[in-house]
Design a protein around this ligand. Structure first.
Ligand SMILES: *Cc1c(COP(=O)(O)O)cnc(C)c1O
Length: 479
C-alpha cells in the first residue's frame, strides 16, 4: 500500500473505534460482565482501546477492521477483565533448577511450618502474652531461645529481613562513626541492596580497606582509629574472587577486634545451620561456626539456605542484642505472627539435622541424590512422550542446578533437565505459552529447546506440566 493509502486507512480505522461509553453500554447488556466493578470495566476498556490504537498506528498493514468490531473488542475486553479480577500472586512451577530463586519466592516452607502458620492465622495467639505468668510477654522470646539453643549464641533477635537486620545492627553500633570493610566485600546483592549504601543510610561512615582481590589483617589494624565503631565482614554471596587473592578469616578478625576493643559483625547472607559439605557441596561456615569464632554479631536471612520464611536473624553477644532491642528501628522492622509461626516451626526441625534435611524443601532439593534426579527425569520424560502428538521430541539432558539466593555462587549441582522441542513451534513460543498457563511453568530455553530442571520440581508438578503441554498442543491444533 502506498504511504497515502496507509494514512487514510489509519484514519478510517481510528475513527471507527467506538468510545469508552459506547462499549460500557454494550457491556451492560452482556451477562459476562455482571458483578464486575465499574472501575475494572473502565480500566479494561481503556487498555484494549489503547492497544487497538497502537496496532493501527504501528502496524497499519496488519490492522484489519474485523479486529476492531464490537464482538472482537468485547472478547478481548473480557480476557483483560478476567486477568484484572484474578489474584496476581499465584503458584508457579519452578523448572529453573535454581533452588532459592528470589524472583519465585525463595524457599518453600516445610509442612510443619505451613500447618503452624495456618493454625496461628485462624485463631488468637499468645503472640505478646506470657501464658505462664499471665501478663504481657515478648513476641520474640520463644523463637530467640531456640535460635540460641541451635546456634550456641548468647542472644538472638528476628526482624523483617536480613537487609533490615544489617541496617539495624549498623545503626545501633556505629551511628555517626566508622565501619571498616574490605574492598573485596563491598557487595551488591540485587534489588539495590549495596553494602556501601546501607552503611551510609545507617548513618555510618564507610572505611574501605585492602584491595579488590587482597585484604590483609594489617589493613584492618592500620585503619582502626578513634572513630572506628565496627569491623564488618560480608559474605560475598553472589560472586567469588579467585586467583591471586587473600581475605582475612573471621577468627583472625575477631582476635584483632578483641585486641583493639572493637566489635566484629559478620553479615553471613544466606546462613546455614547444616554443614553443606556433608552433601558434597563446598564447605560454607555455618552459623554455629560463626558464633563459636566469638563474633559479636552475625546476621542472616530466614528464607535462603535456612529454608524458612522471609526474616532477618541476628545472633550474638547479649550486650549488643540488648542495645539493638532499644533501637526504635527494631519496632519498624518487626516480624508478624505468621512469619514467627513459620520460623519457630522451621527452627524446631533443626533440633534433628537429619529430619531438617528431609522435611525442609530447600535442604531436600539441595541434597537430592543424582540417581533420584535421574529417575524423576525419566518419569517426567515418559509422561510427556505419551502425549499423543507428532512432532514432539523429548530428551533428557545433563545440566547443572544452582543453589541461588546468593549462596554457593560458583557451585554447580549436577542435575538433569527434560528438554522438549516441537517441530512446528519455536522454543520461544513454548516458553511463553507455558509461562502464561496457570499455574505458570517457568523453565528456560537452550539450543532451541525448552528445558525443565527436575531438581526443583515436585511430583505434583509433573501432572501440571503434562496438562499445560497437552493444552498447548490442543490450542495449537485448533488454531
Ligand atoms: C541476601 C543478602 C542480604 C539481604 O538479605 P535479605 O534477607 O534478602 O534482606 C544481605 N547481605 C548478604 C551478604 C546477602 O547475601
Amino acid at each position: 500500500m502506498n504511504p497515502m493509502g496507509i494514512t487514510e486507512k489509519r484514519q478510517r480505522l481510528l475513527r471507527a473505534l467506538p468510545g469508552v461509553d459506547a462499549i460500557l453500554l454494550a457491556m451492560a447488556n452482556d451477562t459476562d460482565f455482571d458483578h464486575i466493578p465499574r472501575a475494572v470495566k473502565v480500566r479494561s476498556v481503556r487498555e484494549v482501546l489503547d492497544d487497538c490504537r497502537r496496532i493501527i498506528l504501528d502496524d497499519a498493514n496488519r490492522a484489519d477492521a474485523s479486529l476492531f468490531g464490537q464482538a472482537a473488542l468485547l472478547k478481548r475486553i473480557g480476557q483483560v477483565v478476567r486477568r484484572h479480577m484474578a489474584l496476581n500472586l499465584s503458584r508457579v512451577v519452578n523448572a529453573t533448577g535454581v533452588i532459592v530463586h528470589t524472583n519465585l519466592g525463595r524457599s518453600l516452607l516445610a509442612e510443619a511450618a505451613i500447618s503452624n502458620m495456618a493454625a496461628v492465622a485462624a485463631g488468637y495467639t499468645n503472640l505478646e502474652y506470657d501464658l505462664t505468668a499471665g501478663h504481657r510477654g515478648s513476641r520474640y522470646s520463644a523463637v530467640a531461645d531456640i535460635i540460641c539453643e541451635i546456634s550456641g549464641a548468647e542472644a538472638a533477635l528476628v526482624v523483617n529481613n536480613n537487609a533490615g537486620a544489617v541496617l539495624l545492627c549498623l545503626s545501633t553500633l556505629a551511628d555517626g562513626r566508622e565501619v571498616i570493610v574490605s574492598r573485596g566485600e563491598l557487595v551488591e546483592i540485587g534489588g539495590s541492596f549495596r553494602i556501601p549504601d546501607i552503611i551510609t543510610r545507617s548513618g555510618c561512615i564507610l572505611r574501605e580497606v585492602g584491595t579488590t582481590n587482597r585484604t590483609h589483617l594489617r589493613d584492618y589494624d592500620q585503619a582502626i582509629g578513634d572513630g572506628t565503631a565496627l569491623l564488618l565482614k560480608v559474605h560475598k554471596s553472589n560472586y567469588s574472587i579467585v586467583g591471586f587473592s587473600a581475605e582475612v578469616s573471621l577468627p583472625d578478625l575477631v582476635r584483632l577486634g578483641k585486641k583493639r576493643r572493637i566489635p566484629v559483625m559478620d553479615d553471613l547472607g544466606s546462613g546455614t545451620f547444616i554443614d553443606l559439605s556433608t552433601f558434597g557441596l563446598t564447605k560454607e561456615p555455618t552459623v554455629q561456626d560463626t558464633v563459636a569464632a566469638g563474633t559479636d554479631l552475625a546476621s542472616f536471612s530466614g528464607d535462603k539456605l535456612l529454608g524458612g520464611p522471609q526474616a532477618g536473624i541476628i545472633v550474638g553477644k547479649k550486650e549488643y542484642i540488648d542495645r539493638i532491642k532499644q533501637n526504635p528501628l527494631t519496632r519498624a522492622l518487626r516480624i508478624d505472627k505468621l512469619t514467627l509461626a513459620a520460623l519457630e516451626s522451621t527452627m524446631h526441625l533443626y533440633r534433628d539435622p537429619r529430619k531438617a534435611v528431609e522435611s525442609i524443601p530447600t535442604l531436600r532439593m539441595l541434597s537430592l541424590p543424582l540417581q533420584v534426579i535421574e529417575t524423576r527425569a525419566q518419569q517426567l520424560a515418559s509422561m510427556l512422550e505419551k502425549i499423543n502428538c507428532s512432532g514432539l521430541h523429548v530428551r533428557i539432558v545433563r545440566k547443572s542446578s544452582r543453589a541461588g539466593g546468593g549462596s554457593l555462587p560458583i557451585q554447580d549441582l549436577e542435575s538433569r533437565c527434560v528438554a522438549i522441542r516441537i517441530d512446528t513451534l519455536t522454543a520461544q513460543f513454548i516458553e511463553r505459552t507455558l509461562r502464561h498457563s496457570r499455574p505458570a511453568i517457568i523453565g528456560r530455553i537452550e539450543d532451541e529447546s525448552f528445558l525443565m530442571d527436575v531438581r526443583t520440581l515436585s511430583e505434583n508438578d509433573f501432572d501440571l506440566i503434562l496438562t499445560a503441554i497437552t493444552a498447548l498442543f490442543q490450542r495449537h491444533a485448533n488454531e
